[in-house]
Structures are given as structure tokens and as C-alpha cells.
Design a binder for this molecule. Structure first.
Ligand code: SF4
Ligand code: SF4
Length: 301
């Protein structure tokens, strides 16, 4: 079986215990305004253009038989609607100003790549993490990667928003050692406003994984005046304490370093006006979770 990924990161240290290899699956059913990996939103591969690298040679324009590229202002303009994703322009650009993001791979290829880091896993207690995008959007491919990883004796983690069919989550769960469960907002209306989706299935999956006895670390990006008011955090704490087995919470500060990625993809960066939390604000949120008895991890994203 083939799946589509957009990156493999070696020596990752924020995606679960120890030193890890993180596999980024392409495609996500949510549309969080603060998504840090917009290149992972579409399940299809994409062409990305780096204007500042382009030397205006027009080689790509003459190669593109689909008519998706044309000269413009000393560089090129790209029409995604006409692009057939053949990748020839990116392969031949002398300035690496075009990149095809996303490639089709087999589960065996993914695990073979992860196994190159086995020595680091053994020394650090690490393993392989499946992230995205949303890995459950390619649920069958994810399960194949997970079962293969377990047959090779690797520790497995899945970073998920939990917005996935219950059946897919249940089928994958036996092969997952750790869930990194990203919660965006506990309240339904706000969740819909900022992610475009209902959070009821997310809460149901979190409850179900708790019933199954899975190890879960809850992760949340702290965004001032969006999801860090005291009432919302207390509501989240009560839900976690009363309805789930989550005991560890990892708070991450919002940052805006993805703005350049949005520009390259021709997407609007909708959080320009959002505040980033200072240390005091992060500490206040962490204190509140700690008062409810959660073990806290505070990390950069
Ligand atoms: S081939 Fe590369 S450098 Fe030349 S015009 Fe196209 S994008 Fe720019
Ligand atoms: S990927 Fe292929 S079709 Fe798309 S712009 Fe490049 S050369 Fe044209």
C-alpha cells in the first residue's frame, strides 16, 4: 500500500520520548487557523515556488507542457489549476526555486528510513512518530506503517487531532505505544470557528482511547484570547480529569514562524494579529493544569 508524506525528520526531540524519526503524513480534515504545517493540509502533492531563489531563466516555463507556468516580473507565475504535478519543473530548476512537496511511499520504505536511526532509539528510548497533517486521514496506510514498526520492535507514537472515524482509531490503537493528542479548544462553538470542524468526535475518541488504556499526552498550543481564558482551561481540565485517563499535558506557545510557508503556498496567513503568549502567560496556564493534578511539560513547538 502507498501513502503520501511530505517530510521525514530525523533526530526529532519534541515528538515523544527520546530521539525520534517523525513521518509527516499529507492531508488534514481540519483547517486550524494557526496550522504550523500548511504544506500538510492538502492530501495531494503540491508545487511550491520560492520567488527569492528564482533567477528568471524560464527553463521551467519551456518544460511545462501543461501551460501552468508563465514568465512574470522577472520570475514566474504558477497556475495550480493547470498543474499536473509531473514534477519536471522542480527537477530541472537550476536554482531550486521550485519544489514538489509530497511523495508517494510504501510502508516498507517509511520503516526502512526510520530504522536507519535505530541506534539512537536504543540509546535514548526513542522511536518513530507519525504526524502530519492528520495521520488518520490515511488510516489504512498508517495502520500498515504501525504494524510494520511493531514487528521491527520500534516504539511508536501518533500525533493526532483526534478528528477521525472511531473505527480507524480503534483498529490502530493496539499498535500505538503513545498518543500525542492535540486539543485545539474544549468548546464546540469556538472549535468550529477556529478549525472549521465539530469537536464531538475528538472528545469521543479521547474517551475511547482512555477506555482502551492507551498512554496519552495531551498537547495544546496556547493562544492568548483564543483558548487560554481561565474558564475554558478549567472546562478542559474537568473534562480530562473526569472523562479521560490523560495525566500529562504538554503546553506549547503559539508562534508565527510558518508565515513564510503560507506565502510560498499562496495561502492567507490568518493569524497575523494573534498574540503570542509570553512566559508569564504560559506559566499561568501551566499552574492551572497543575492545580488539577496534571503533570506538566512545557516545550517549544
Ligand atoms: S527554472 Fe527555476 S530559476 Fe528558472 S525561471 Fe523557473 S523557477 Fe525560476
Ligand atoms: S509540475 Fe509539471 S505540470 Fe506542474 S508546473 Fe511543473 S512542469 Fe508544469
Amino acid at each position: 500500500m502507498n501513502g503520501t508524506i511530505f517530510n521525514i525528520e530525523h533526530y526529532a526531540i519534541h515528538d515523544g520520548p527520546g530521539i525520534r524519526t517523525t513521518i509527516f503524513f499529507k492531508g488534514c480534515p481540519l483547517a486550524c487557523l494557526w496550522c504550523h504545517n500548511p504544506e500538510g493540509l492538502s492530501v495531494k502533492p503540491q508545487i511550491v515556488y520560492y520567488r527569492q531563489r528564482c533567477v528568471g531563466c524560464k527553463k521551467c516555463v519551456s518544460l511545462c507542457t501543461a501551460g501552468a507556468l508563465s514568465p512574470r516580473d522577472g520570475g514566474i507565475s504558477f497556475d495550480a489549476g493547470k498543474c499536473r504535478l509531473c514534477g519536471r519543473c522542480a527537477e530541472s530548476c537550476p536554482a531550486e526555486a521550485l519544489e514538489k512537496v509530497g511523495r508517494s511511499v510504501t510502508a516498507a520504505e517509511v520503516i526502512a528510513e526510520a530504522e536507519k536511526d535505530r541506534i539512537f532509539y536504543e540509546e535514548s528510548g526513542g522511536g518513530v512518530t507519525f504526524s502530519g497533517g492528520e495521520p488518520f486521514l490515511q488510516a489504512d496506510f498508517l495502520r500498515e506503517c504501525l504494524t510494520l514498526a511493531k514487528t521491527r520492535g520500534l516504539h511508536t507514537a501518533v500525533e493526532t487531532s483526534g478528528f477521525a472515524p472511531r473505527e480507524a482509531v480503534e483498529k490502530a490503537a493496539p499498535y500505538v505505544d503513545l498518543f500525542l493528542f492535540d486539543v485545539k479548544h474544549i468548546r464546540a462553538a469556538e472549535h468550529r470557528k477556529y478549525t472549521g470542524a465539530d469537536n464531538a468526535p475528538i472528545k469521543a475518541n479521547l474517551r475511547r482511547l482512555s477506555e482502551l488504556g492507551k498512554e496519552i499526552v495531551l498537547r495544546m498550543v496556547v493562544i492568548p484570547n483564543v483558548n487560554d481564558d481561565k474558564e475554558a482551561l478549567e472546562e478542559l481540565c474537568c473534562f480530562l480529569r473526569d472523562e479521560t485517563s490523560v495525566r500529562t499535558v504538554n503546553l506549547l506557545p503559539l508562534h508565527k514562524s510558518a508565515s513564510e510557508k503560507y506565502r510560498r503556498l499562496g495561502r492567507e496567513f490568518a493569524i497575523e494579529d494573534f498574540e503570542t503568549p509570553d512566559d508569564e502567560r504560559m506559566a499561568a496556564a501551566a499552574r492551572l493544569f497543575a492545580e488539577y493534578g496534571f503533570r506538566m511539560l512545557i516545550d517549544g513547538q
